[in-house]
Design a protein around this ligand. Structure first.
Ligand SMILES: [Mn+2]
Length: 219
């Protein structure tokens, strides 16, 4: 764990030296949450950033980002290490997919490199959150890390999220409960397709979250 956090600090220190960072992230819940996390963290230390959301990393994406000063790849990148190695800009990778290839130049944060499981222990948003936490007082961004982890179904196998990033804390649980109440107030219609689908999805990490939601549907 200490080595993982050390890598997060190294990634953060490299980003702190840049004036402008290009965030390249994956077009799913985990990727979008990752981009939001690092965007907020960079904003708070007054670094300029742009966000580019992509379906996958292909030659056209690499060509587009090659002129950036610095790039952080979130929720992707670990499968393209050879290509990233040749890219040019300073590159940071916060990903949880199985690494492929190698890079001597990129700063690479991935749970697989530190003895953890990228499918259950840490998502792309979780890895990005570790860097955000090393950039400043960004603990409140942990709710976005949960969104990413749940989006990637990391809670399904154990029925809860791993505590690698302390995402199951009571504080966070309360935050989610509060947010769920707000959402349920806004969408207090159990015939709404969105609400109905929530019954199917279930939220086993926090059973009382489902209970709270059900109370709103029944009231
Ligand atoms: Mn992911």
């Amino acid at each position: 764990m200490e080595q993982l956090l050390k890598r997060a600090r190294e990634c953060a220190q490299a980003l702190e030296k840049q004036d402008e960072v290009l965030i390249v992230s994956h077009v799913d819940a985990d990727g979008l949450a990752s981009a939001a996390i690092i965007g907020c963290a960079l904003d708070r230390i007054e670094k300029g950033y742009e966000i580019k959301i992509v379906k996958k990393l292909d030659p056209s994406v690499f060509h587009e980002v090659s002129s950036a000063e610095a790039v952080i790849f979130t929720d992707l990148g670990s499968g393209s290490l050879d290509l990233i190695d040749d890219l040019g800009p300073l590159c940071v990778i916060a990903d949880h997919h199985q690494p492929a290839g190698s890079s001597d130049t990129a700063l690479h944060l991935n749970p697989h490199l530190f003895g953890f499981n990228g499918a259950t222990d840490l998502s792309g948003a979780g890895a990005t959150y570790l860097i955000a936490r090393a950039l400043g007082q960004n603990a409140q961004l942990s709710d976005l890390a949960v969104v990413g982890a749940v989006g990637d179904l990391q809670h399904v196998r154990e029925g809860r999220l791993a505590e690698l990033t302390d995402l199951s804390s009571t504080k966070l649980k309360n935050t989610l409960l509060w947010q769920s109440k707000r959402i349920c107030r806004l969408l207090a219609n159990k015939h709404d397709p969105f609400i109905s689908s929530s019954n199917i999805v279930q939220i086993p990490i926090f059973p009382d979250l489902q209970e709270t939601a059900n109370k709103f549907w029944d009231s």
